[in-house]
Design a protein around this ligand. Structure first.
Ligand code: URA
Length: 250
């Protein structure tokens, strides 16, 4: 039987972990999003009235119709290169919602988020918190289709996929959101800032407490920051406990 120490060891945090100083994250690669998010656009924006009508329509969909809508989506050029759409996975009534950047090759092949190496690390991090993707968390991405070559999402792609992510958040109604990496954090907070500058604070997305931490793919490249990510997850757990204990507003 795997215990918590085994998991922490797997994460590189055991037998005892300490925060280590590390160089600041490098920009422009998958996971930390960064500069590539501002790269040139591949397609044209939808006219405003059409985009609004689409947003309003998506906001009425139930979960099954949302998944079907995503599977048929042609709102941006990624529909031409994707193999499978990757809507999300997990418990649609979960208290925890994790949001990553975009599917990679493994996710594109399987239609499920975080099934590659970064997903293995995410699963281990979840396990260390006593969570499991199949039962008490919901996992989604900013984009539902794979960007070619695993580049970061372009602004028009994130915009086109925005109504889907917003509807997922509405339907799941999590008590806490964890933004994994810069793309998710910046999309939800509508800022351009580093993960390092957004950590250690409780943000809000439509009133839902939100914690920002490093993307698992970044942690695979920068294991020295795993201890910080673990600290973020413990902070997230405390935040969720406080949110659940607090009397309901309204
Ligand atoms: N990285 C992400 O951000 N999402 C996935 O689903 C896989 C890798």
């Amino acid at each position: 039987m795997i215990d918590r120490d085994d998991v922490l060891r797997e994460l590189g945090l055991a037998p005892s972990w300490r925060l280590r100083r590390s160089p600041s994250g490098q920009a422009g690669t998958r996971g930390d999003g960064a500069a590539a998010a501002l790269a040139s656009t591949a397609d044209l924006p939808m006219p405003a009235a059409e985009a609004q009508a689409r947003r309003e329509r998506i906001a009425t969909l139930d979960y099954d119709r949302l998944v079907a809508d995503i599977a048929a989506c042609t709102a941006c050029a990624l529909c031409k290169t994707r193999r499978k759409t990757v809507p999300g996975v997990g418990d649609v009534a979960a208290q925890w919602m994790f949001i990553g950047e975009a599917p990679g090759a493994d996710e594109d092949a399987q239609g499920e988020p975080f099934v590659g190496a970064a997903g293995q690390l995410l699963d281990n991090m979840l396990m260390a918190l006593g969570l499991e993707r199949a039962s008490n968390v919901y996992i989604a991405n900013v984009l539902k289709c794979r960007p070619p070559g695993n580049r970061a999402p372009e602004p028009l792609e994130a915009q086109a996929c925005g109504p889907y992510l917003d509807r997922q958040i509405d339907l799941v109604a999590p008590r806490l959101i964890v933004a994994l990496g810069k793309s998710a954090a910046c999309r939800l907070l509508e800022v351009d800032a580093s993960v390092a500058s957004l950590r250690n604070r409780v943000h809000r997305y439509r009133g839902i407490p939100m914690i920002v931490t490093y993307h698992p793919a970044y942690l695979l490249r920068t294991p020295a920051d795993k201890a910080k990510a673990w600290e973020d997850l413990l902070f997230a757990r405390r935040t969720l406990r406080e949110a659940v204990a607090a009397p309901a507003v309204g």
